[in-house]
Write a protein that binds this ligand. Structure first.
Ligand SMILES: NC(=O)C1=CN([C@@H]2O[C@H](COP(=O)(O)OP(=O)(O)OC[C@H]3O[C@@H](n4cnc5c(N)ncnc54)[C@H](O)[C@@H]3O)[C@@H](O)[C@H]2O)C=CC1
Ligand SMILES: CC(=O)[C@H](N)C(=O)O
Ligand SMILES: [Zn+2]
Ligand SMILES: [Zn+2]
Length: 348
């Protein structure tokens, strides 16, 4: 193994990133070193690349980017047990403390001391990467690296879709970005029908149909609520899954969900949102879930088994696969333009 490696690094507190050559890191106590086989871009990486307000408040350059990964363990640090050189792994991004009130209640996804690797530490957009041993997830060889790297965002989609009963339920999904597209795949694999998707981008509405959406709506040109009512004989949908972070979509979904229906909210809104709570939530007796991260480790088992079942139609979602990191600027610009589903860097 060479002592140097290539990495995509946020080198400066400004727009963009650089492809740099750095030392291959050594795993410390409780850490493993992996050779990266595949890694994929998350919307959060785009925020860091664009250097938006949130990124400026959280990221401390210089720092290697990226947090979605599949790789092979090449070195194990002192004190690590149960992980061997050669293991094929992915990683949970939330580094949790195990000591806080949330962790002690088993609610690790809302650990009050969460650190996120690739956000608060060096990440995985590199030939090799350090992963805390407590965050390592072992993959079966049957899951190819380009799927295995998507397990982390698939976990967000699984927690959103499967927060309540879904088989045989009518569903509205607002937002068919990478996460909404994964949500469509999970909903269809889980027996939902019809799955109605509201998405302003034609490119992404077409992707939604390829993934299995039964109906697609352009919210900028059609009346979402009317379309949903027409499709559901005036009843509304049983389940509303919000993946856009658009306040208008939230309001439309709350109007379109049937009384006593279920709502899962994953999308992050640009700021405070004004909602008619009395008429859209309380008098409709809705069950509303806030979704963040992944339940550890239950969600990872669900994601892995869904992938192994072969029922998740995620091939159309992987719209761009790059060999190595050389075209990383093109990848980020295409993502920024909304012209992608998931973008994967293959390093095998
Ligand atoms: N809660 C959590 O743990 C996490 C939340 N997120 C959030 O989930 C959301 C989805 O993530 P990505 O797919 O990566 O985001 P994205 O920004 O790529 O996709 C959002 C989609 O919503 C669409 N959209 C915009 N306005 C709309 C409207 N009025 N109606 C319907 N669709 C509309 C956009 O065209 C876009 O395709 C984002 O807000 C992201 O910040 C992402 C990761 C974790
Ligand atoms: C911050 C992230 O983007 C990450 N995917 C998460 O689930 O927290
Ligand atoms: Zn992410
Ligand atoms: Zn904790």
């Amino acid at each position: 193994m060479s002592e140097k490696m290539v990495a995509i690094m946020k080198t400066k507190p400004e727009y963009g990133a650089e492809l740099v050559e750095v030392d291959v890191p050594k795993p410390g106590p409780g850490e493993v070193l992996i050779k990266v086989l595949a890694t994929s871009i998350c919307g959060t990486d785009l925020h860091i690349y664009e250097w938006n307000e949130w990124a400026q408040s959280r990221i401390k350059p210089p720092q290697i980017m990226g947090h979605e990964v599949a790789g092979e363990v090449v070195e194990v640090g002192p004190g690590v047990e149960g992980i061997e050189v050669g293991d094929y792994v992915s990683a949970e991004t939330h580094i949790v403390c195990g000591k806080c009130y949330a962790c002690r209640r088993g609610q690790y996804h809302v650990c009050q001391n969460t650190k996120i690797f690739g956000v608060d530490t060096d990440g995985v957009f590199a030939e090799y990467a350090i992963i805390p041993a407590q965050n390592v997830w072992k993959n079966p060889k049957s899951i190819p690296p380009e799927y295995a790297t998507l397990q982390e965002p698939l976990g967000n989609a699984v927690d959103t879709v499967l927060a309540g009963p879904i088989a045989g339920k009518s569903v509205l999904i607002t937002g068919a970005g990478p996460l909404g597209l994964l949500g469509i795949a999970v909903a269809k694999a889980s027996g939902a029908y019809p799955v109605i998707v509201s998405e302003p981008s034609e490119f992404r509405r077409n992707l939604a149909k390829k993934v299995g959406a039964d109906y697609v709506i352009n919210p900028f040109e059609e009346d979402v609520v009317k379309e949903v009512m027409d499709i559901t004989d005036g009843n509304g949908v049983d389940v509303f899954l919000e993946f856009s972070g658009a306040p208008k979509a939230l309001e439309q979904g709350l109007q379109a969900v049937t009384p006593a229906g279920r709502v899962s909210l994953l999308g992050l809104f640009p700021g405070k949102v004004s909602i008619d709570f009395n008429n859209l939530i309380i008098f409709k007796a809705l069950t509303v879930y806030g979704i963040t991260g992944r339940h550890l480790w239950e969600t990872w088992y669900t994601v892995s088994r869904l992938l192994q079942s072969g029922k998740l139609n995620i091939d159309p979602i992987i719209t761009h696969k790059y060999k190595g990191f050389d075209k990383y600027e093109e990848a980020f610009e295409l993502m920024r333009a909304g012209k992608t589903g998931k973008v994967v860097f293959m390093l095998k």
